[in-house]
Ligand binder design. Structure first.
Ligand code: BV8
Ligand code: ZN
Length: 252
């Protein structure tokens, strides 16, 4: 069944010279990656994802938290970019389109997109929790989830290797938030795709975009904390809406 692109969205996208797309976990949902606030799958079902994504959880039970992130790496390695990721790559190939994502997966890149910034880091950028040195050795990804895995140790200082993600209470990577602010304040159109808009400072970007004169459109099947403060809320999934929009723009 053909998806109709709302006229507000099509007009804004057709006339936009510079576009920034802000993505959250919903962008990867149709690839089979559970969103951040969906109940954690499997072993971690009974744990609140926010409680797990903290330095306190890591200090309290390093092997448990490392096992959780190794499982998420394995899961992302098993899935593929969805039609939404691919549509953004098609669009970026012919337009001034930047992507700033909260997602720690690499599905935008695997679809062929260039990502301006991963404000919450990356699952595949493990580093030493002591000296911060990047850890580039292969990490064994299991076929099924393990409750506890002892993380590798840093060859340089013997510190425990940690996931390359930003936990709650940790600062964003140097300059990442500023580059996202520069992008949205320099755009005519900002798309906010697949985020509940609850995590700051990223969730402040749509408001900052509007302050900079951009039209801001949300693509999300559900209403969110941001819905009322945007120009248009398109209640549709990313893997449906984005291909329909890119097709309607006549992009190959
Ligand atoms: C920081 C990595 C200082 C780990 C994550 C005010 C200002 C500054 C900070 C704060 C503040 N108030 C509170 C804070 C502290 C905190 C915070 O925001 N807490 C929240 C809970 C209130 N923030 C921090 O600690 C941040 N650090 O602030 O440092 C600072 C201050 C100023 C400037 C710079 C620095 C660090 C936060 C980073 C936390 N780490 N991830 C990991 O992944 O394990 S955040 C985590 O949540 C993920 O990255 C995720 O992307 C992110 C947001 O979640 P969403 O992406 O929105 O996902 P969610 O599941 O919530 O929603 C999915 C959505 O998709 C839903 O709406 C659903 O309807 C939709 N959807 C479903 N299917 C589809 C779909 N949409 C489209 N298509 C579909 N098919
Ligand atoms: Zn080290």
């Amino acid at each position: 069944m053909e998806t109709t692109v709302p006229s507000f969205v099509l007009d804004a996208a057709s006339s936009a010279k510079r576009i920034t797309v802000l993505t959250g976990a919903g962008m990867s949902a149709e690839s089979g990656v559970p969103t951040f606030r969906d109940a954690q799958t499997g072993l971690w079902e009974q744990f609140d994802s926010e409680a797990l994504a903290t330095p306190q959880a890591w200090d309290a039970d390093t092997d448990f938290v490392w096992a959780c992130y190794v499982w998420r790496m394995a899961l992302v390695r098993r899935v593929s970019p969805n039609a939404g990721h691919i549509a953004l790559a098609r669009w970026q190939a012919v337009s001034d389109l930047r992507i700033a994502t909260q997602n720690v997966d690499d599905l935008h890149e695997r679809a062929g997109s260039e990502v301006l910034t991963h404000v919450h880091g990356s699952l595949f950028a493990s580093r030493c929790s002591g000296c911060e040195a990047p850890y580039d050795a292969e990490i064994d990804l299991p076929d099924e989830p393990f409750e506890r895995i002892t993380p590798p140790v840093c060859p340089g200082c013997g510190g425990a290797v940690r996931p390359g993600v930003v936990w709650f209470g940790e600062n964003l990577p140097e300059g990442s938030f500023d580059s996202a602010v520069d992008a949205v304040t320099d755009s005519d159109l900002v798309l906010v795709v697949g985020t509940s808009g609850m995590v700051y400072p990223f969730a402040a970007l749509p408001e900052i975009a509007r302050g900079g004169g951009a039209r801001v459109v949300e693509i999300n099947p559900n209403e969110t904390a941001l819905s009322r403060s945007l120009d248009f809320s398109w209640q549709e999934g990313a893997a449906i809406a984005l291909p329909a929009l890119v097709d309607a723009l006549g992009i190959p």
